[in-house]
Design a protein around this ligand. Structure first.
Ligand code: SF4
Length: 345
């Protein structure tokens, strides 16, 4: 296997240079080219000697994502990218502009095996994990394409990050490394559908990222109907893991709750949810669900969303309604890739 250059940490890259008979400082230079200057190929690296580039071409792999498609919202400038990976697989990422800065939502796997009923990303199953370098490169390619700095990163695109645990942890370290883009861990959010052992493992790592749990239901029965993972980890077990996460890291957990009309958006659901999480230091993000044509879920009405929010607030819970970004570019995660796959068939 060739060395995956873009996935090597700052220290590992210096060690690798020594193994290749080079001076360690070449590792520092290479790291800066890849993770600060966002070089797309060896050609950009002007102070790296030709002999080292040739050695690397033989023994290492240095790839960059290419933009396959990019849809830009006329309403808010949100950009939805379809990137081609070096092996021809496709992943989606989204750039959103907020008052507090630019936020990028990245994918962590090609496809997903979790089978959530409301999600288009899982319809074609799981193909493979993304490497740390491929996750970083989604951010790098967007910065490169727009010339704008990214300040927040959410790992909420295709894939279950906790199912790609070691790579996601390395990605977090590299993204927040002062020798790279140096994005504060406080500006990084990682979502999970609720893999309990991994949440507990993450809690022990002393990171200051935000954990977002895809909750989407107010009781076990409803959650299991929407999310097969709930059959493996019961709702109270998952919430206990989130409590442990807060106790160990001091970081408030976010709960993602997609509102589906007639499924989980009633007053009774809001009451039940309040009881479930009322004791926790948490934040609820309400998401009017994006309809996907393969399933018959319909987004809750605006009134139902507001009613749900008010009920939670009355019970003392912090709530925001996720602003719909890029409404006109057909938002549901996984759909751009699906469209591309359909075109190829
Ligand atoms: S919502 Fe996330 S975990 Fe669930 S199937 Fe979609 S990508 Fe996978």
């Amino acid at each position: 296997m060739p060395i995956d250059l873009k996935s090597l940490s700052y220290d590992e890259l210096q060690e690798t240079m020594k193994d290749l008979g080079e001076k360690a400082f070449r590792g520092k230079q290479l790291y800066e080219w890849m993770h600060v200057h966002l070089a797309r190929s060896y050609e950009d690296m002007t102070n790296i000697p030709k002999s080292l580039k040739e050695k690397l071409m033989q023994q290492a792999e240095y790839t960059s994502l290419t933009v396959e498609d990019c849809q830009i919202s006329a309403i808010d400038g949100t950009r939805k990218y379809l990137f081609a990976l070096a092996d021809g697989n496709m992943v989606e990422s989204v750039l959103m502009h907020y008052k507090h800065g630019n936020s990028v939502c990245i994918s962590s796997q090609v496809g997903c095996k979790m089978g959530c009923r409301f999600c288009a990303s899982t319809l074609d199953g799981w193909l493979r994990n993304l490497t740390p370098g491929e996750m970083l490169d989604q951010i790098y390619a967007i910065q490169h394409d727009t010339g704008e700095r990214v300040s927040n990163v959410v790992v909420m695109g295709t894939g279950e990050p906790m199912d790609n645990f070691d790579n996601i942890v390395k990605f977090i370290h590299m993204l927040s490394d002062e020798h790279g883009l140096n994005i504060s861990q406080r500006n990084i959010t990682v979502s999970t559908c609720g893999l309990v052992p991994r949440i507990l493992q993450l809690a022990d790592l002393n990171l200051s990222i935000t954990l977002a749990l895809s909750l989407h239901a107010s009781n076990q029965e409803k959650r299991a109907a929407l999310m097969p993972i709930a059959n493996a980890f019961e709702i109270h077990e998952v919430l206990d893991a989130c409590r442990t996460y807060f106790d160990k890291t001091g970081r408030r957990v976010s709960f993602e709750y997609s509102l589906v009309a007639g499924v989980n958006d009633s007053e009774e659901d809001a009451r039940e949810l309040s009881e479930l999480i009322g004791d926790m230091n948490c934040h609820v993000n309400l998401i009017p669900v994006n309809p996907i044509k393969e399933r018959d879920y319909v987004s809750s009405t605006h009134d139902a969303v507001l009613r749900f929010k008010n009920r939670l607030e009355k019970n003392g819970i912090n709530v925001t309604i996720r602003r719909e970004m890029g409404r006109d570019i057909d938002g549901a995660c996984g759909q751009l890739r699906r469209k591309h796959l359909e075109r190829k068939d």
